[in-house]
Design a protein around this ligand. Structure first.
Ligand code: ADP
Length: 464
């Protein structure tokens, strides 16, 4: 089973804290212990020096006597602290010796220290070392002292307790930090997971066909609000697609109904012998069938260009050459209707799909010819500037009423003027043209005079 976000985050946080706390504890521990041990070693040396100095003061130079009571007090105090003192006078005889004085206590103390240190710091391999001091008064030697203590250093029970307490603090702080990290992980995961779960639920709803649902962005996390936006965009896109699909179905049904009904009723009348199948009636039936065939092939082309991710075969295209060769396709029709068709302007080159752009020119030119009365002129003009190329198709035909201009690029839209004409198509040509132009990053607009003449302007970026 895939682990939950909260588990992963908490575990991740806990691991990071664990590593951080362990690293800090380890270095702190090593550093503090080392500092502490150096300090203790120095301290021991200075205590030992102090004892030696103190002992030197217990000699009375005038009487030549040692103050043995003091030395005894001193020695016993030092012994309890772990310093074994021995004092000699100038001729080498012992003035005071801790070991002689209380051998049992002396050995007991030494053993205690050795055992403790061997137990706690076996790697130290320490032992009692004797340091010898010459005692002097006013520059004259008065004797010597031997002070033994555990070297390189010894730690008392209290010292060890201090170090242990330090470790405990680090462990407690570490433990608390890990708990905190786990809690923070859970909280954070909740904050992240809640909107994700909500988005997931809504996405399921959307996939069930409820395209109208939109998510309210309730998160302060950038990526999550982007996710919400993306889901909303997806829902809008699906909604649009769905509406388009529905409209297409009704439009197609509507477009097919009339010619099919016409053909059906004509055939019926002729079959029943009510109508003579005259060539004229058969021709009309044929025309209706042609209309249906045209509609279906238009639909086919529309489906191709509207298909998701219209694949463009990009290459440099000379718009003038393209317009010229497309205009040749209409030569017969132009001549038959005594129209004039010219291609003017410059050889602007754009990066585009030659076939698709040819389709755009073909649709515009075919409209211009279709909606022009006999003897009129159709002009194709190519212009360019630094970044864009413009292709204009102008005619002197029936024109487009201003209020219908924004609608003519819609599928199946035909102006009232053209509906009455036999020449009209299904109202798909401009939709196809617009889809192709937009896929090239360009725009297509239409202008028309009050009564006559239309002008279609295609603007294409030179480098898409
Ligand atoms: P159609 O196949 O009907 O020509 P289009 O999508 O190419 O479909 O055009 C949609 C409608 O726009 C046409 O039916 C017509 O009413 C109008 N139209 C397009 N081009 C012209 C033009 N050059 N002059 C007048 N009307 C035009």
């Amino acid at each position: 089973m895939t682990p939950k976000l909260s588990t992963q985050l908490s575990a991740g946080f806990a691991l990071i804290v664990l590593i951080a706390v362990s690293a800090i504890s380890l270095t702190a521990n090593l550093w503090i212990s080392r500092q502490f041990e150096t300090y203790i070693a120095e301290q021991q040396k200075s205590v030992s020096d102090g004892i030696a100095f103190g002992l030197g003061l217990q000699y009375d130079g005038t009487t030549g006597q040692w103050n043995t009571d003091y030395i005894h007090g001193y020695g016993m105090y030092a012994l309890n602290e772990g310093y074994i003192v021995k004092v000699y006078d100038n001729d080498g005889s012992v003035v005071w010796d801790a070991e002689n004085h209380d051998m049992t206590l002396c050995h007991q103390i030494m053993e205690n220290i050795s055992l403790r240190m061997e137990r706690e710091r076996p790697e130290l391999a320490g032992d009692f070392v004797t340091y010898r001091y010459d005692l002097a008064q006013n520059g004259a030697k008065i004797g010597a002292a031997e002070i033994s203590y555990y070297s390189p250093y010894s730690l008392s029970e209290n010292d060890f307790q201090f170090l242990a307490a330090l470790n405990r603090i680090l462990v407690v702080v570490g433990g608390l930090s890990i708990l905190g990290a786990v809690a923070a992980g859970i909280l954070l995961a909740k904050r992240i997971a809640a909107p994700i779960t909500k988005t997931m639920d809504i996405t399921k709803d959307i996939s069930d066909g409820n395209y109208g649902i939109r998510l309210q962005p309730e998160t302060r996390t950038k990526e999550l609000s982007e996710l919400t936006q993306a889901v909303n965009q997806m829902a809008s896109a699906l909604e649009r697609q769905e509406a388009l699909r529905r409209r297409l179905t009704t439009d197609v049904a509507h477009e097919l109904r009339t010619p099919l009904a016409n053909v059906a009723s004509h055939m019926e009348l002729m079959q029943e012998g009510i109508w003579e199948p005259t060539p004229e009636r058969l021709r009309r039936c044929g025309e209706e069938i042609q209309r249906i065939v045209r509609l279906v092939s238009d639909l086919d082309r529309l489906q191709q260009v509207e298909d998701e991710g219209l694949k463009l075969d990009m290459a440099p295209v000379d718009l003038w050459d393209l317009a010229w060769s497309v205009s040749h396709e209409f030569e017969g029709e132009v001549r038959a209707r005594r129209l004039s068709c010219t291609v003017e302007g410059s050889h602007a080159v754009v990066i585009g799909d030659r076939n698709r752009l040819g389709q755009v020119v073909r649709n515009l030119l075919s409209n211009a010819i279709k909606y022009s009365p006999e003897g009129k002129a159709v002009r194709i003009v190519i212009e360019e500037n630094e970044t864009e190329a413009k292709l204009t198709v102008e005619d002197e035909g029936i024109g487009i009423p201003e209020n219908e201009l924004p609608l003519i690029f819609e599928r199946f839209y035909r102006t009232d003027r053209s509906r009455s004409r036999k020449t009209g198509g299904a109202g798909i040509g401009l939709t196809i043209a617009k889809t192709i132009v937009q896929a090239h990053g360009g725009t297509i607009t239409a202008q028309s005079g009050e009564t006559a003449g239309s002008r279609f302007l295609v603007t294409l970026p030179k480098n898409h």
